[in-house]
Ligand binder design. Structure first.
Ligand SMILES: Cc1cc2nc3c(=O)[nH]c(=O)nc-3n(C[C@H](O)[C@H](O)[C@H](O)COP(=O)(O)OP(=O)(O)OC[C@H]3O[C@@H](n4cnc5c(N)ncnc54)[C@H](O)[C@@H]3O)c2cc1C
Length: 330
């Protein structure tokens, strides 16, 4: 006979992934508890007064292109729990020292017109992917599986499974388009001469055209509070200020989910993990650390390029060579 437990599932960590896992389980009628070490839920998706009183800063994430296209997110009634998306008129601006700026706008044509000599090249590279984005997105955001439409995926793969340097240098001639693409591809946190840094640039670019790069009103914390609110409405329990350091800190639950770093899972659950899985956790290669500055500003930033004032995101990286050098030294 199956042992009865207090919970069907316990989730350690209430970042967006922990909350998503907990909601998925609770929506199926399971009794779920989330244990979070911080005093507030949300992990990298929190908003706090980090500088001066009244200045609300995002602790981690600020712009959410993937939430805009996620099938999971759009299946949730998050507006009922206070989540409201703001779509900026310009998704992203990439200014240069001479006062010019390349722009990511909803229209591929309008964006291309900010790329000087690469107008046609940009349309040729990006438009076919934007046109097929609905078909592509389940492969880009979903789990790895055999594609039902291999030709569609292959058409993306031919462009994407390259380094940003290779794609950018072979597709574009001018400094504006090359710098613009480098800024997008740098989100890969890979050196720009490494495969598949081009894929990150392309996905962010086509997402900007197809669905925008929305900002949650009130900051990223609004996403987490809407997810937490919905989870509570499903009967879920969220315990904050509860750090799980060892197996003994876990509740009585039939299944455990960890929204933590691999090293933490090893420390907490070490003796229960199969040897092969333990080895893969031990061999996990962490990415570079993050450095972030929050400023409390007395007024708008005096950008030389006027369009930066309408942009939700400004990539301050300069030319392709400057961004590539910065990524290499990270
Ligand atoms: C500076 C910065 C800027 C970013 N900007 C963006 C952006 O603009 N757009 C975007 O989409 N993404 C951005 N990201 C990435 C985004 O924040 C992460 O991808 C996302 O937060 C990952 O979610 P997660 O649930 O996997 O983990 P996390 O958000 O890290 O959540 C993990 C949670 O687990 C808790 N936890 C860990 N260990 C334990 C334990 N032992 N016991 C109890 N609780 C524990 C932590 O306190 C945390 O709340 C940014 C990240 C950073 C750092």
């Amino acid at each position: 006979m199956e042992r009865s437990c207090e919970y069907d599932a316990a989730v350690v960590g209430s970042g967006p992934n922990g909350l998503a896992a907990a909601i998925t389980l609770a929506e199926r009628g399971l009794k779920v508890v989330i244990l979070e070490s911080a005093e507030a839920a949300g992990g990298g998706a929190r908003t706090a007064e980090l500088t001066l009183p009244g200045f609300h800063h995002d602790v981690g994430s600020a712009i959410h292109p993937m939430a805009a296209v996620s099938t999971f997110f759009s299946s949730l009634p998050l507006s009922r729990f206070g989540l409201e998306w703001i779509k900026p008129p310009v998704q992203m601006a990439h200014p240069f020292d001479d006062g010019s700026a390349a722009l990511l706008k909803t229209s591929v044509k309008e964006s291309s017109l900010t790329l000087a000599s690469d107008t046609e090249a940009y349309i040729k590279l990006i438009q076919p992917l934007v046109g097929r984005f609905d078909g592509l997105k389940k492969y880009l955001l979903g789990t790895m599986r055999l594609p039902e439409n291999p030709l569609l995926l292959a058409s993306f793969g031919l462009k994407a499974l390259r380094s940003a340097e290779n794609l950018s240098m072979s597709s574009f001639k001018g400094a504006l388009a090359r710098g613009f693409f480098a800024g997008l591809a740098a989100h890969s946190i890979l050196p720009l001469n490494k495969i598949p840094s081009a894929a990150f640039g392309l996905v962010l670019c086509i997402t900007g055209h197809a669905a925008g790069w929305p900002i949650p009103a009130g900051g990223a914390g609004s996403i987490s509070s809407a997810l937490s609110g919905y989870f509570a409405s499903l009967g879920g329990t969220l315990v904050t200020g509860h750090k799980v350091d060892s197996f003994t800190d876990l509740p009585d639950a039939r299944a455990m989910f960890f929204d933590t770093a691999p090293g933490q899972l090893l420390r907490i659950y070490d003796h229960r993990l199969p040897a092969g899985y333990k080895k893969s956790l031990q061999n996990f290669r962490y990415g570079p650390g993050v450095f972030k500055i929050d400023w409390a500003l007395s007024g708008p930033i005096p950008w030389k390029a006027e369009d930066c004032h309408s942009a939700g995101t400004v990539h301050v990286g300069g030319t392709f060579a400057e961004i590539a050098e910065a990524e290499l030294s990270a």
